[in-house]
Design a protein around this ligand. Sequence first.
Ligand code: PLP
Length: 442
Amino acid sequence: MNQPVRSNPNDLEAFWMPFTANRQFKAAPRMFASAKDMHYRTTDGREVIDGTAGLWCVNAGHCRETITEAIRRQVGELDFAPTFQMGHPLAFELASRLASIAPEGLDRVFFTNSGSESVETALKIALAFHRACGEGQRTRLIGRERGYHGTNFGGISVGGIVGNRKMFGTLLAGVDHMRHTHDPARNGFSRGETEHGAELAEDLVRLATLHDPSTIAAVIVEPVAGSTGVLPPPKGYLKRLREICDQHGILLIFDEVITGYGRLGAAFAAERFGVTPDILVTAKGLTNGVIPMGAVIASNTVHDAIVNGPEHMIEFAHGYTYSGNPVAAAAGLATLETYQEEGLFEHAASLEEVWADAIHSLRDEPHVIDIRTIGLIGAIELKPHEDGPTKRAYSAFVRAFETGLLIRVTGDIIALSPPLIVSKDDIGRIVEGLRSVLRSID
Ligand SMILES: Cc1ncc(COP(=O)(O)O)c(C=O)c1O
């Protein structure tokens, strides 16, 4: 692997870091200098195994030559081209490729630059759809407690993580939430979909009854809630949501920013669970995290209702300067090719049991109160330290980094999501590394 090429900066003040305890970090910084395949290398030359695919996004592993080469080539050939009233071939090609791996009937792709922008786009598509269908009174949006849908205003409104919402005023009007599905008392130490909780989908019936179904535009859920600490869906839950939506003319949006592109051993969670939403929200693994890009994949029905009216008129007044950017599109195409050529979705599926066995072997380690696995995702929930919540998991995170393992923590939950190129040996290294960490922290 390459040697580090960057020295540590001597002034850390100017960069106001996202989702970071800035003062704590700057007092004891953790810096990566380079990466290859399953590993990072720190600025002081230590190798760190990536247990989190960066931030759930580097699904094909780091610095993959086919992807970096596609980007190099593209940036020297066509660096930028507008996609407002203009086009370039790669964006169309990538959209067609995405339509070909999306569930049947989801063929229309709107490009964005992030998961948060994909969420906003999906919510706007839902509202525009109902208005185009003469049902402009359908303005309500339903999310779920503990949901994470990025950090823009629509996303935090339908989202259900208190810390991400409380500072930002009244948010969008007309939003309501179903209950979350976390139920460790009944579903403790689960593998795959959980046994109990399908009845929680009936919350959507209650909300539809409370507000009247004819006022509800869409419901948005993560098929597996990720950032809140990995909550797999109860068996039958997603199917039931689909039925209720169909019954009441409500659009179903799946936020697959984490679950998309192979994380659950299929192109999308929709495929794995056999439930097709009307709108599918993606980002992260689309470009292997290398270049910011998101894609919202809508059904033909939704698209055709909006893309209507006089042909000289812009049908949907929405978009971003970088929607379908040529360099991002080249990265996306090379990434999808890599997934396909290396059979990475199938590889992820083939390792699911090995992964689950390894993670569940931590069950009796100190502090562990629950474990959840699904696809190549794992969560280890720790008993909070008596000095306060989050402290124990943070200690685990720092100790892991110091001993050569990158994990992610949210609250007192450790979340793992390795690149899909992970091998059985890598899984062993990640899990044994974590075992030592759990045994060494207070
Ligand atoms: C389910 C889900 N939606 C949306 C987002 C937001 O994506 P981004 O950080 O690219 O805006 C995330 C990020 O983790 C996510 O997990």
